[in-house]
Design a protein around this ligand. Structure first.
Ligand code: AMP
Ligand code: MG
Length: 408
């Protein structure tokens, strides 16, 4: 059986070409820029005062205190800046253009205005250039201000607005169809009869996709019946990526692999040496990808993070979409039967000496209730059968790790 790393390599080696699209500044947050953006003007566009105070010739202030005639005022948003001659000062506000010929601004706290308002005493000397942000010093026209590959966050939105970019080119998000399978499944609003359970994977997967900014097209529950599965797959055929859950194991009614093959997908792997999530399937038909995730809720969750996230993230233009890994000290011993890499629920925290990883109790790949208490998944290497408390282990931070940490 292939390792998780080998499986990820197969997934990444089979991604279709990425597409781009133009989106408005209103909806660009969380998207990845597909092209460099250059400054279309100097910033600041004029020599800007960084402080409220007086624009002066620095040389006039060498013998401070000195009294200067107030020659006018320059306010933020005001038109042309007043000019300045030696021996004079111009009152300036933060963000206002500094008059031509002035080469420094003394802050208002270091000045005293005469009672008649006509003169100002500068109490301390200022250096040339002090409190002036020169035109073009933050960005010169033509300079790259946002590189392709940059994630648009709040600061990037401000940069776009600064240059009047109302829309930009970003990597297109892949379209995703979500299909759950299983005769035993009913939806959240339904009352399960004996032998039935509620479909929880549809919800965890939509949540995981939403954390990546992707709104999936949910196609409902397919029955464990080949024709029904084929029909549902046909509904998904226009989507870039189809995510299925259930029906990939060895059971008599596990038809997903067979149907994927029948409708033209090439199975690129079926089975990965991991726990949970061993029967995970990955398939491709031209530019379309399909992931068959094992139905147990924790298997679905982990298989998504291990394989679907890297694929969708890269299609969205994210260079390293994998969950962040940390190294930390285990708080207690762990045991397993070796052979597969295990991803087990853990609570991790940053202690004074570094990260601490506390493995949580849970009851296997169906136990989403136990897993929901985790903020990380501790990785138990395939070639180990025990790990000791205090030993350094590796863990994946769950995708909403930071929000989780803030909640409690
Ligand atoms: P399967 O992968 O179809 O063999 O399913 C494995 C286990 O996961 C079975 O106990 C199923 O009942 C359960 N299961 C499958 N799909 C879901 C789902 N969408 N939500 C919750 N449990 C599921
Ligand atoms: Mg099933």
């Amino acid at each position: 059986m292939i390792s998780v790393e080998q499986a990820v390599e197969i997934v990444l080696g089979n991604l279709p070409a990425r597409g781009t699209e133009r989106v408005s500044i209103q909806s660009v947050q969380g998207r990845v820029l597909a092209a460099d953006l250059t400054a279309n003007c100097d910033v600041p566009p004029f020599n800007r005062s960084a402080m409220d105070g007086y624009a002066v010739c620095a040389a006039d202030t060498v013998g401070a205190p000195v009294s200067l005639e107030i020659a006018g005022e320059s306010r933020a948003g005001g038109g042309g800046a007043a000019t300045l001659r030696p021996g004079r000062a111009v009152s300036v506000m933060t963000g206002a253009p500094v008059p031509a010929d002035a080469d420094a601004v003394q802050v208002i706290e270091q000045t005293k205005r005469s009672d008649d308002g006509c003169r100002v005493t500068v109490l301390k000397p200022v250096h040339t250039g002090e409190n002036i942000v020169p035109r073009g010093s933050e960005a010169a026209s033509g300079e790259i201000v946002l590189e392709a590959g940059r994630l648009a966050g709040p600061s990037e939105l401000a940069v776009l607005a600064t240059f009047g970019y109302e829309s930009v080119m970003v990597w297109r998000r892949p379209s995703v169809a979500l299909l759950t399978t299983g005769d035993e499944l009913v939806e959240v609003h339904e009352e399960p009869h004996f032998g039935q359970i509620r479909n929880s994977n549809a919800h965890s997967l939509r949540g995981q996709l939403r954390l990546m900014g992707i709104e999936a097209d949910y196609l409902g529950i397919a029955r464990d019946d080949k024709q029904n599965l084929r029909d549902r797959m046909a509904q998904a055929s226009a989507r870039d990526v189809t995510i299925l859950t259930g029906g990939v194991s060895m059971g008599e009614y596990d038809f997903v692999k067979e149907v994927l093959h029948e409708v033209g997908f090439k199975i690129l792997f079926a089975g990965v040496a991991m726990r949970p999530g061993k029967p995970t399937v990955f398939a491709r038909r031209g530019d379309r990808l399909a992931f068959g995730l094992p139905g147990n809720p924790v298997s679905t969750f982990i298989a998504f993070e291990n394989f679907v996230r890297p694929a969708l993230g890269r299609l969205c233009g994210i260079a390293r979409p994998e969950l962040p890994r940390i190294h930390g000290a285990l708080t207690r011993d762990m045991k397993q039967s070796p052979g597969r890499t295990a991803y087990l629920p853990a609570q991790v925290r940053m202690a004074q000496v570094g990260w601490e990883i506390e493995p949580l109790r849970w009851r296997g790949s169906a136990d989403i209730i136990g897993f929901a208490r985790a903020n990380a998944a501790v990785i138990f290497p395939a070639d180990r059968d025990s790990m000791k408390g205090g030993e350094t282990a590796e863990a994946l931070l769950l995708p909403d790790y930071f929000q989780r940490s803030q909640a409690r």
